[in-house]
Design a protein around this ligand. Structure first.
Ligand SMILES: Cc1cc2nc3c(=O)[nH]c(=O)nc-3n(C[C@H](O)[C@H](O)[C@H](O)COP(=O)(O)OP(=O)(O)OC[C@H]3O[C@@H](n4cnc5c(N)ncnc54)[C@H](O)[C@@H]3O)c2cc1C
Length: 369
């Protein structure tokens, strides 16, 4: 059977795209180099946080707010289809100020968000310590962003994969795509080493590797940006909310772990956990919740975010007919993953994507020839 669409990459974006393509009657094969969801989509901390740092009215903020809404419905759909809960938390996120400078920028951000009708509640130090007694006593003030959520991204990827397979998607794992197959000026499939897989449409959802598919005449400018995370286990839980400072975050998980993150490093495709990276992450954690000083660190890891020159995703038609990019999701894009994948799926099928994708078009980076 020749598929209608090949999706390259089985992360959150590729799986969401494949699931949506199948829902519209397409025959879809996901070709994944390793196992589904093993890269950035599992390394993430799982915050769905479009609002926490919002201070400008942009197309990306609009897309991110829509994406947060999409997660609410998706969690229900996935649970109904697969029986798997993605552990979407209904508690909001706290943004806390620990220095003078933090307070100044937090109050400017809160004022901007209020002016743009985004729900946000300011909290005094006393109110914060009442809500989260294990926060640092040095906390000065903060904000509760009730709409920002968290999800267990590992469970989310698992549920997306299960749902996609139930809908008819074929997953080919352990098969690195080495090149696009181009015939008579358009995409005709992909090569995985000596093997050729044919399809008239290809969606590039290869994460940090999206710019490195051989044969792409106009590769998207995606580069890896490393992030490191440390996980504590604390019982009883030290925090209930996701807590952001100006320097990083702590994310409580339903399984009793507390994740601290993260770094932003240009280290190529090196996923090492380093002493310097861990120091940064542990400093962030201890500044927010000094009681963590006696808590064991049970795990550490690093992942590669798909970075782009302007930090915005690359969503739309590629440089050769039949090729579509769902790439460059960068930071905070577990949030964007499902909506981005689904929108590009619609575009590939010639359907309206549901909102204006022009600000995210790959053409913004194209150099005239
Ligand atoms: C430390 C860290 C913390 C983060 N925290 C958050 C957070 O809290 N909230 C949030 O919203 N976002 C967060 N992110 C960002 C988020 O993880 C990414 O934006 C998102 O997972 C990108 O998804 P993706 O599907 O594009 O990439 P990936 O999950 O990396 O998937 C790409 C897939 O393509 C496959 N692939 C690559 N090349 C090929 C090839 N040639 N052939 C076949 N398959 C190929 C890879 O193996 C991989 O499985 C975080 C990221 C990191 C690293």
């Amino acid at each position: 059977m020749t598929p209608d669409v090949i999706v390259v990459g089985g992360g959150i974006v590729g799986l969401a795209a494949a699931r949506e393509l199948c829902a519209h009657g397409a025959r879809v094969v996901v070709v994944e180099r390793r196992r589904v969801g093993e890269e950035a989509s599992s390394a993430a901390a799982g915050m769905l946080a479009p609002q926490v740092h919002a201070d400008a009215d942009t197309a990306l903020l609009d897309l991110s707010l829509r994406a947060r809404d999409r997660h609410l419905r998706l969690a229900e759909e996935l649970e109904a289809e697969t029986g798997l809960s993605v552990e979407l938390s209904s508690l909001g996120a706290l943004d806390v100020a620990l220095t003078d400078e933090d307070e100044r920028s937090l109050s400017a951000r809160v004022a901007w968000q209020r002016g743009h009708a985004l729900p946000v509640e300011t909290l005094t130090a006393e109110e914060l310590l009442q809500a989260e007694p294990n926060l640092s006593p040095a906390v000065r003030s903060g904000a509760l962003i009730a709409g920002d959520r968290r999800v267990d991204n590992v469970r989310l990827v698992r549920a997306l994969a299960a749902s996609a397979v139930t809908r008819g998607v074929s997953l080919l794992c352990g098969r690195p795509v080495t090149a696009l197959l181009i015939e008579t000026g358009r995409v005709a499939g992909v090569r995985t080493g000596a093997e050729t897989l044919r399809a008239p449409l290809v969606v590039n959802a290869a994460g940090a590797w999206a710019g490195r598919l051989g044969g792409d005449p106009d590769p998207p400018p995606v580069e890896p940006v490393r992030g490191q995370i440390a996980a504590f286990v604390v019982a009883p839980a030290l925090l209930r909310h996701v807590v952001w400072s100006a320097r990083g975050y702590l994310v409580p998980r339903a399984d009793g772990r507390l994740l601290a993150g993260s770094t932003l490093e240009n280290a190529g495709f090196d996923k090492s956990v380093t002493a310097g990276g861990l120091r940064t992450v542990l400093d962030i954690a201890l500044e927010i919740a000094p009681r963590l000083v006696d808590v064991p660190v049970v795990d550490t890891w690093a992942g590669l975010r798909p970075g782009t020159p302007d930090g915005w995703p690359i969503l739309g038609a590629g440089g050769v007919p039949g090729l579509f990019h769902a790439a460059g999701l960068y930071r905070n894009r577990i949030l964007l993953g499902p909506l981005a994948g689904e929108s590009v799926a619609h575009l590939a099928l010639g359907r309206p994507p549901g909102f204006d994708l022009a600000p995210f078009a790959p053409t913004r980076f194209r150099v005239p020839r």
